[in-house]
Design a protein around this ligand. Structure first.
Ligand SMILES: [Zn+2]
Length: 446
């Protein structure tokens, strides 16, 4: 049995000590352990779980196959869509990832695993929000903190990380609470006192734990689950570092933890799932901006093909590029780059990157105002309206609208109604489009 128990690595060995039995030991520890698979040298090494009678068990070696793991973990998946979490060490930092079904399958079948890791089935919390209980245990006193995520775990409009993080994420994603139940606190204290005694016994006195940080979760039927241990110190160590009370577990770099969604309708993407073609940095999907080839080419100083175009069209050579670079269809093509790259292009480009409006007819120019023309036109209109109204009156006896008292829809009203229509259709502003139409109509009617 490995002795390196002290310090703050993955501390996966605690599961083994919990499972190890002394003679006449039932293996019941007063808490449950979710299906937990320990990876060593990139391979699944041990699989711990809680049997129906509440005892902690270990699956036989022949069950440590991908198909068995997949079948077991994908049975009764949480309504939140989270299948499991995966804890590993990267650059001396503990990283935790939450995996949905697709991520989980990808992890099992394709992903290169870390040298050591813990894969654990996700357990639904007691309420609608994800919670974890942190217990700092010492022989004399125990401190408890409950951390509850602010978002509804089952509202899948939010990013999986925004719904799931507790101690792992930024503090503004969760809220800290005291545990009010004295019974729960004293129960946890009793079972962990017993566990510490048990570990000391099965390790033949080599593991006299005197400080420990543990994470628990309470599920719907008030079952208490031991999720993981974050920090352990032994009493017989001559020089011992202070225990780390803030869990010191981080999220991967591909998650932007600084974001916070205000409403589910405007939920933001936290996971960087897209690669910017210009700077090759992973980005969140909602940070990508469309950029036209016209803009890419306008920033290009020399006649050579811009790198970005080369990256998109790997088969294109310089001669083909020369042929295409004045083609309006090619220039109006668009690609996606991250917001940082877009701003760089925009700062060097003459326009904002918006498509230029078609050139107006050169012959068209504003004529000087001629009020007599307008008056003549109005009189003609009024005469025709007057005719209609007087005809209507003569036949049906309606009130006569003398001289153009009929409401006329002004251009301003038309434009504003079009603008509100634009909002309905999710367009920003169609004023430019309308102006152009008016200009064209003037050309036609002139
Ligand atoms: Zn970029």
């Amino acid at each position: 049995m490995a002795i390196s128990f002290d310090g703050d690595g993955l501390l996966d060995i605690i599961y083994q000590y919990i499972w190890t039995k002394t003679p006449q030991d039932t293996g019941v520890r007063g808490f449950s352990i979710p299906d937990t698979i320990i990876y060593k040298y990139q391979q699944p090494r041990s699989w711990y779980f809680t049997s129906l009678d509440g005892s902690i068990k270990k699956r036989a070696k022949d069950k440590l196959k991908i198909q068995h793991i997949e079948k077991s973990f994908l049975k009764n998946v949480s309504r939140s869509g989270i299948v499991a979490w995966y804890l590993y060490i990267e650059a001396k930092t503990r990283i935790v990832e939450f995996l949905n079904t697709d991520d989980f399958k990808h992890f099992l079948h394709y992903r290169k695993k870390a040298e050591e890791g813990i894969l654990q089935k996700f357990i639904d919390p007691k309420g609608e929000k994800n919670t974890l209980i942190q217990m700092i245990w010492t022989p004399q006193v125990c401190l408890f903190e409950l951390r509850e995520n602010l978002k509804d775990l089952y509202d899948v409009r939010y990013d999986i990380y925004e719904r799931a993080v507790t101690f792992e994420g930024e503090e503004f994603h969760s809220t800290s609470r005291q545990i009010c139940s004295k019974e729960l606190k004293s129960y946890m204290q009793t079972i962990i006192n017993k566990l510490v005694e048990h570990i000391n016994r099965v390790s033949l006195g080599r593991m006299p734990i005197n400080r420990m940080v543990l994470h628990f979760k309470q599920s719907k039927n008030d079952t208490l689950w031991l999720i993981r241990s974050c920090s352990i110190r032994r009493s017989n160590d001559m020089i011992s570092e202070p225990i780390v009370i803030n869990s010191d577990i981080h999220l991967p770099e591909t998650v932007n933890t600084k974001k916070f969604s205000l409403t589910p309708q405007s939920a933001m993407a936290l996971q960087k799932t897209v690669l910017c073609r210009n700077c090759s940095q992973p980005m969140e999907a909602d940070k990508m901006c469309e950029i036209s080839y016209r803009m890419i080419l306008s920033v290009n100083r020399n006649s050579e093909m811009p790198d970005l175009i080369q990256r998109i069209h790997t088969q294109m050579n310089q001669a083909e590029y020369e042929k295409l670079k004045h083609n309006p269809l090619f220039l109006s093509k668009q690609t996606l780059v991250c917001d940082v790259c877009f701003l760089e292009y925009a700062s060097e480009c003459k326009n904002s990157g918006a498509m230029p409006r078609p050139q107006s007819n050169e012959n068209f120019r504003m004529l000087p105002l001629d009020p007599s023309k307008t008056n003549k036109r109005r009189d003609l209109t009024n005469m025709s309206i007057g005719d209609r109204v007087s005809t209507a009156k003569s036949t049906k006896g309606f009130t006569c609208f003398k001289n153009s008292s009929l409401p006329r829809i002004s251009t301003a009203i038309q434009v504003s109604s079009q603008k509100s229509l634009a909002r309905v259709f999710g367009m920003n502003d169609i004023t430019a489009f309308l102006e152009e139409r008016y200009a064209n109509r003037r050309l036609i009617t002139r």
